[in-house]
Design a protein around this ligand. Structure first.
Ligand SMILES: *Cc1c(COP(=O)(O)O)cnc(C)c1O
Length: 397
């Protein structure tokens, strides 16, 4: 199950100049074990059987590919929405956590840890731990615990322990540091379920493979609906980049398919309150891999800002850094305000309230240059229930 694409990971764990595994000595054994075994484990027949069966009956796959007529008319093109918002727990994240918990079992691990920002990955992890009867500890910044109390309650109801990260800005990057520290202290019995295509090799590649079911389904569904398995555009929002990596995966080598990545511009890319990594970032090592991230002259992480917690991350995964540098991907950004308006538009025209993250992808459709006969697939990464308070407040509903 090697992949020879120049846009996929190479033998050494790199995407072009990005990727690798920059980790403390204490984690070498864990990471090396994963690097050596992950492909053999996840492409084993019994693993695939269990994974596919859970994706179908527990997650609710395949998710529909919906031709959205009214918003297509609005933008004068043909828009298909890949409905990841209909997955169990409300977003694509569960595709990855189901895969990783099955992997953890096969590695003989008995304890799961995770980091979370908005709480979506924490909920998806707590969910699969309940499903498998495994103890689950989720690290979350103290500030985020306050901002995202509904998800904290969900995690507790699912039996997870939520541990506050009290250092630094008390948000996602601090929670990630705490989770790393835990893993270093408990390398034998614990698996760390990383929530996006970030972290040391092989996490970015492994998470992308678990999410690649999204583009696998899009191809089949488009062929059925249009007679052509390839769209003109695939559009997805990028926080760390896991829903995007899954939506692009099987299209990367077909350069006729334009890959559009949408970052969060926050208050505007030059406002000092933004998360548009490819515009504002530089290469460096963040959370175990070499990638692009927002940093000061001396390499300190710059605090990002986005109205959507899932895009409020200072970096992007190495696969995306390489898509940007090689120009295979078209990188755009949408501001907080543009995304709020896009969420309103989709709600009114299609009866679908998207997650704020997803709304960023909707917000750029009129800027990609799609023609009347073009086919545009937008990955609808999640549903908007979690964002209702923000919508009500910001849109004066
Ligand atoms: C977490 C999240 C994202 C951002 O994460 P990626 O790894 O970039 O996909 C996007 N959309 C939703 C709905 C999310 O919950």
């Amino acid at each position: 199950m090697k992949n020879d694409s120049k846009y996929q990971v190479d033998d050494k764990g790199y995407y072009g100049q990005f990727g690798g595994a920059y980790i403390p000595e204490m984690l070498h054994r864990n990471i090396e074990e994963l690097q050596l075994r992950y492909l053999e484990i996840i492409y084993d027949e019994t693993f695939q059987k269990e994974f596919q069966s859970l994706l179908k009956d527990y997650v609710g796959r395949p998710t529909p590919l919906y031709f959205a007529k009214r918003i297509s008319d609005h933008f004068n093109t043909n828009i298909y929405l890949k409905r990841e918002d209909l997955c169990h727990t409300g977003a694509h994240k569960i595709n990855n956590t189901v895969g990783q918990i099955l992997l953890a079992k096969r590695l003989g691990k008995t304890r799961i840890i995770a980091e979370t920002g908005a709480g979506q990955h924490g909920v998806a992890t707590a969910t699969v731990c309940a499903l498998m009867g495994m103890p689950c500890i989720v690290y979350m910044g103290e500030v985020d615990i306050e901002r995202q109390s509904a998800n904290v309650k969900r995690m507790k109801m699912l039996g997870a322990e939520v541990r506050p990260a009290t250092s630094g800005s008390k948000t996602l990057k601090d929670a990630t540091n705490e989770a790393m520290r835990d893993w270093i202290a408990n390398p034998v019995d614990t698996h760390y379920i990383i929530g996006s295509v970030v972290g040391p090799h092989p996490f970015p590649d492994m998470v992308a493979r678990f999410q690649s079911v999204i583009s696998e389904e899009i191809k089949k569904q488009l062929l059925e609906k249009t007679g052509n398995e390839n769209p003109n555009f695939v559009v997805a929002c990028v926080g760390g980049g896991s829903n995007a990596a899954g939506a692009y995966y099987h299209f990367l080598d077909n350069e006729d398919v334009k890959i559009v990545a949408v970052e969060a511009a926050g208050h505007g890319v030059n406002s000092g309150k933004s998360a548009a990594t490819t515009i504002l970032g530089k290469p460096g090592v963040l959370h175990g891999s070499k990638t692009l991230f927002m940093q000061t002259e001396d390499g300190q992480v710059v605090e990002p800002h986005s109205i959507s917690a899932g895009l409020d991350y200072p970096g992007i995964g190495p696969v995306h850094a390489n898509l940007f540098e090689s120009k295979r991907g078209i990188f755009l950004s949408a501001t907080d305000d543009e995304s709020l308006q896009a969420a309103m538009l989709l709600s009114k025209l299609e009866g679908i309230i998207p997650a704020l993250e997803t709304a960023h992808a909707i917000a750029v459709i009129d800027r990609i240059g799609a023609k009347k006969d073009d086919v545009v697939v937008v990955n609808l990464s999640g549903r908007g229930d979690k964002d209702l308070d923000t919508y009500v407040r910001e849109l004066n509903l």
